[in-house]
Design a protein around this ligand. Structure first.
Ligand code: NAP
Ligand code: G4F
Length: 330
């Protein structure tokens, strides 16, 4: 009998890659989508007809219970979240509803309907914030620096708590930044690669950014969803850091992206204080030793290849898009 998985957040970057991976492995995949006034399926258009889509929302307990009861999944991947850090200062309470209580609702739904469902919870390196040690491991204390980071700490510990209280097979992946051509345009990697494509094609003459000194451990989303699946195939539930172990600054990112199209970034990039954050996470670098040893996971795509892949995809998309549709191809 084929395995059944539910993915919350299937319309997001990670959800789309995870759906592809699970379909390849023979899973029946159901994606949770929330109602929007306009279609928001551009990342999974190629999967329509291969995945089932069901309406539910992290804000609505009964909708989660109903979908679990109907589908009876073997695995539930909770990827849905308000994931953009700056927006969490604008809407801290809603961020908590999605990323903290939303996780509790998923856990409760599983507990009430079928305790055997295995759960993956999308925890984040943003929880390390003002880092207490370098590199960060599963044992590094958290010091979140944004409402988003705080909300994810709650989501992380409530998952641990349900594992310890009720014996739920629940794993948290503490994933460091991971990117792809499907990344939202507001995140710095995609903002830069999209900006480079527009400048190269003569559609823009500058790119405004915030803190160029911030460092992140950037990997490829396609590699990271593999780690999510691996966690749920183990004999015991546990938490894992997923990272490349190599950090780069935003300045390195800009340099690599402009170099891909033969331009000198210093002629185009402006620093705009509007993109600085009330509190910054200066430097994240993860130690993926446990994921490597226990899961056998490793990243296939390095930073340079990732940025080249994203620049190339944005060049192609911007060059072929009619003017009104330049942006996310929704
Ligand atoms: P993303 O592209 O922003 O996708 C977020 C998804 O969550 C979207 O499908 C969105 O649906 C859905 N969603 C938001 N609120 C919802 C709600 N109330 N009910 C149901 N669905 C809701 O994020 P991502 O980059 O794929 O990240 C996936 C998860 O990993 C998130 O939890 C994120 O916080 C976490 N994470 C990401 C990274 C990273 O570097 N990408 C690193 C660590 C952790 P709509 O399409 O309707 O908006
Ligand atoms: O790309 P970012 O917006 O990602 P951030 O804040 O690290 O969060 C992402 O990774 C987390 C994992 O650590 C996830 F949990 C979270 O959901 C999300 O996927 O910003 C990266 C860095 C920051 O230090 C920011 O200050 O880039 C710096 N930056 C500089 N200029 C900018 C900009 N970020 C954005 N978004 N836009 C800029 O213009």
């Amino acid at each position: 009998m084929s395995k059944r998985a539910i993915i919350s957040g299937i319309t997001g970057q990670d959800g789309s890659y995870l759906a592809e991976l699970l379909l390849d492995k023979g899973y029946e995949v159901t994606g949770i989508i929330r109602r929007a006034s306009a279609p928001n399926l551009w990342r999974i258009e190629h999967l329509i007809g291969k995945v089932a889509l069901r309406p539910a929302d992290l804000l609505d307990q009964l909708s989660l219970m109903r979908v679990i009861d109907d589908v009876r999944p073997t695995e539930f991947y909770n990827l849905a979240a308000m994931s953009f850090v700056p927006a969490s200062w604008d809407q801290p309470m809603l961020t908590g509803e999605f990323n903290s209580q939303g996780v509790t609702r998923v856990l409760e739904a599983i507990r009430q309907v079928d305790l055997k469902v295995r759960l993956y919870q999308a925890s984040s390196s943003e929880m390390f914030g003002k880092v207490r040690e370098v590199p960060q491991t599963e044992l590094t204390p958290f010091y979140p620096r944004s409402p988003y980071g705080v909300s994810k700490v709650f989501g992380h510990y409530i998952t641990v708590n349900y594992r310890e209280s009720y014996g739920l097979f629940a794993c948290s992946g503490i994933l460091f930044n991971h990117e792809s051509p499907r990344r939202g345009l507001e995140f710095v990697t995609r903002k830069v690669t999209d900006g480079v494509a527009r400048i190269k094609l003569g559609l823009a003459d500058s790119l405004s950014l915030g803190n160029l000194d911030a460092c992140r451990d950037w990997g490829f989303a396609g590699d990271y969803v593999r780690a999510m699946w691996m966690m749920l195939q183990q004999d015991q539930p546990d938490d894992y850091v997923v990272a490349t172990g190599i950090a780069h600054s935003v300045r390195d990112l800009v340099d690599a992206a402009f170099a891909r199209v033969g331009l000198d970034w210093q002629k185009y990039v402006r620093v705009d204080p509007a993109f600085l954050r009330p509190a910054e996470v200066d430097h994240l670098i993860g130690d993926p030793a446990k994921a490597r040893t226990v899961l056998g996971w490793h990243a296939n795509v390095d930073f340079k290849r990732l940025i080249e892949m994203m620049v190339d995809a944005d060049l192609e998309r911007v060059a072929s898009a009619p003017p009104a549709r330049i942006g996310n191809p929704a």
